[in-house]
Design a protein around this ligand. Structure first.
Ligand code: NAD
Ligand code: TYD
Length: 351
């Protein structure tokens, strides 16, 4: 059956891959990209599909309830896939309240809009909230986050995402809203804003700037190629069970310093540098406060129940990512002008 789906945050990194996948794979669906176009939202991410007949863009803010009422009334959605958020831990340390507004209050506004709009009949509807593994806090040397791990957020970002997850769950229980949540590990890939580790370091190697490794560099993350996350979101949206939570991860743990060295090697190959040239840019800098030591996802549930698994290895995904940045230097120049410079100076000049 054809559907009308509002995807919030569709102009951002992960959202743009989800929008593209749904617009091209389901020509019978109407896909509405609802995005406020903050510093992280970029319509250049969607140039290739912006004229598709089933794609609609609405510049709207989830903090503005009039905006939400207008878009819901205009399109009458059957589904919401909610990705709009403030998403960067370092920015959350600089200005936590922005994260409370967008991630907590914005999510509750969206829940209220869906509740109001579907009040007479929510059968066949779906409110799908995209969240992060960071809500679970930090792991020691061993163990994994499962769907039953207790929430223990350590950064303002993860605290705001944890809070939004709780509200989504509560609206499912209290108002029987047909909700579903996924918690995913660190994504990487094309269109990633160069304030996060991998695209920042690709950009800094291209521009020959220092590679600022926080603390001892032994922090561990579980990395997933963004298109594999988009495939998981497609699967969960269609096949996931209402009121359930699924963890999504890459089965792919890397210590930051090992990842950075692999990235340097691949960049040297791409640039035709002698081996070791990019590694010379590695600079250890002051640690991030409240830095979570290790994240690792147990993705057995989504694998067993829905048959999802990642499609590319980390080295394949990194090569695809590097190739994309080299083919899209103009994109990189556009997003690193203006406000980015101000953020970069504030974040790195005193470290
Ligand atoms: P992003 O920062 O690249 O994009 C966020 C998008 O939301 C932007 O297009 C921005 O314009 C939009 N937005 C922000 N505030 C808004 C508002 N008030 N109203 C409407 N739109 C607004 O983020 P991302 O990395 O693509 O992450 C998307 C979602 O996935 C987030 O909810 C994030 O918590 C979650 N997530 C991200 C990762 C990751 O590694 N990036 C991992 C797991 C989960
Ligand atoms: P990041 O990409 O910000 O994702 P998250 O904090 O959500 O996991 O950071 C990934 C890891 O890389 C994290 O351990 C912090 C570290 N990091 C650095 O060492 N230097 C940097 O400049 C950045 C942005 C991150």
């Amino acid at each position: 059956m054809d559907k009308t789906i509002i995807i919030t945050g569709g102009a951002g990194f992960i959202g743009s891959h989800v929008v593209r996948r749904f617009v091209t794979k389901y020509p019978g669906y109407r896909i509405i990209n609802l995005d406020a176009l903050t510093y992280a939202g970029n319509l250049e991410n969607l140039r290739d599909i912006e004229n598709a007949p089933n794609y609609f863009f609405e510049k709207a803010n989830i903090l503005n309830t009039d905006d939400l009422e207008r878009v819901f009334t205009l399109y009458q959605p059957d589904g919401i896939i909610h990705l709009a958020a403030e998403s960067h831990v370092d920015r959350s340390i600089l200005s936590p309240l922005d994260f409370v507004y967008t991630n907590v209050i914005g999510t509750v506004n969206l829940l209220n809009a869906a509740k109001q709009y579907w009040k007479d009949d929510s059968s066949g509807k779906r409110f799908y909230h995209i969240s992060t593994d960071e809500v679970y806090g930090a792991l020691g040397k061993t163990g994994f986050f499962t769907e039953s791990t207790a929430y223990s957020p350590n950064s303002p970002y993860s605290a705001s995402k944890a809070s939004s997850d709780h509200f989504v769950r509560a609206y499912g229980e209290t108002y029987h809203l047909p909700v579903i949540i996924t918690n995913c590990s660190n994504n990487y890939g094309p269109n990633h804003f160069p304030e996060k580790l991998i695209p920042l370091f690709i950009n800094n190697i291209i521009t020959q700037k220092p590679l600022p490794v926080y603390g001892d560099g032994l922090y561990t993350r579980d990395w997933l190629y963004v298109k594999d996350h988009a495939a998981a979101i497609d699967l969960v949206f269609h096949e996931g069970k209402e009121h359930e939570t699924y963890n999504i991860g890459g089965f792919n743990e890397w210590r930051n310093i090992d990842l950075v060295k692999l990235l340097c090697k691949l960049m040297d190959e791409k640039l035709g540098n002698v081996h070791g040239a990019s590694e010379k840019l590695i600079t250890y800098v002051k640690d991030r406060p409240g830095h979570d030591r290790r994240y690792a996802i147990d993705a057995a549930k989504i694998n067993k129940e829905l048959g999802w698994k990642p499609s590319v290895t980390f080295e394949e995904g990194l090569k695809l990512t590097i190739d994309w940045y080299f083919e899209n230097k103009e994109w990189l120049t556009h997003v690193t002008s203006g406000e980015y410079q101000q953020y970069y100076n504030e974040q790195y000049t005193t470290r």
